[in-house]
Ligand binder design. Structure first.
Ligand SMILES: [Zn+2]
Length: 294
């Protein structure tokens, strides 16, 4: 997205580096394939997909909003980000893998049905949820989003969808300004647990325990998806929360317990934000290690 932009290629390099450790030797690693167009069209209208396609510059950068820029390779990356999410759902729903972590960029949770926003073009996790429902016979999918920013795009997409429970912890008041507890959706399937600036991992784990996990348990999803942004880490330059990698590990274990009850342990986690490269690498490693059951 241009020099100095926090949503940069080094983010994935930092994660890859931290997953080179021998503890991760048994991980199956798969390249994210490009998404088929019909997978995108379950979330975004065709007119929007065409608008994004035609906005991509042949050279240089085009800004879709002040934070969200396209270069000549953005579309390809965005298609592989959605494709990776959907391929991970295939792996986990078919039983080929128990859990999966999808390390892709650009992120997706700010992208609404027809709105690019906040470094996001296509909503990767929404495509993953709709794919589980449409292609794997899932009846209910739960999404837990612990990025420091509210996943407003995901909330918009599933506002009136009774088959998808969307739960979020996020800093508030903060960008993008949504995510109040009063936003509950048409079928009471939206659960927002905002956290004040300065909140710690203990506050996060408490919100999970009291506000979110009981709702996921009651919903009894066939698949649990995680919008795993690591920008609530205390070292993150964008966020104002104070989580540590240990908190991400603990939260992941608690989410796995809930997934064990109704979803056969099936979890697909997708990278969203996380902009301090060291903290991102360590946090993703802690998250993946927990997902591996280690
Ligand atoms: Zn974020």
């Amino acid at each position: 997205m241009g020099a100095g932009h926090p949503e940069q290629p080094d983010r994935l390099r930092a994660i890859e580096r931290s997953l080179e450790h021998e503890r991760f030797q048994s991980l199956a690693r798969v390249q994210a394939p490009a998404a088929a167009r019909d997978v995108l069209l379950r979330v975004h209208p065709e007119s929007y997909v065409r608008r994004i396609e035609s906005a991509q510059p042949r050279e240089g950068l085009t800004a879709l909003d002040p934070d969200t820029l396209m270069c000549p390779h953005t579309l390809e990356a965005a298609m592989h980000a959605v494709g990776g999410a959907v391929a991970a759902v295939d792996e986990v729903m078919s039983g080929a893998a128990d859990t999966a972590f999808v390390a892709v960029r650009p992120p997706g949770h700010h992208a609404g049905p027809s709105t690019p926003m906040g470094f996001c073009f296509f909503n990767n996790i929404a495509a993953a949820a709709r794919h589980a429902l449409a292609a794997h016979g899932a009846e209910r999918v739960a999404i837990v989003d612990f990025d420091v920013h509210h996943g407003n795009g995901t909330q918009d997409i599933f506002w009136s969808d009774a088959q998808v429970l969307f739960c979020s912890t996020h800093q508030a008041p903060y960008y993008p300004g949504t995510g109040a507890t009063s936003e509950t959706g048409e079928h009471d399937t939206i659960v927002n647990a905002p956290l004040w600036a300065g909140s710690t991992g203990d506050d996060f784990l408490e919100a999970l325990k009291t506000r979110i996990l009981p709702r996921v348990r009651n919903f009894a999803p066939d698949l649990l998806l995680i919008s795993a942004g690591f920008d609530a880490h205390r070292d993150d330059p964008l966020g104002g929360l104070r989580f540590t990698e240990r908190d991400y590990s603990e939260a992941t274990k608690r989410l796995m317990d809930v997934a064990d009850r109704s979803a056969g342990g099936r979890i697909v986690s997708l990278l969203e934000g996380g902009y301090d490269l060291d903290a991102l690498g360590r946090s993703a490693a802690a998250h993946v290690l927990a997902l591996m059951g280690a």
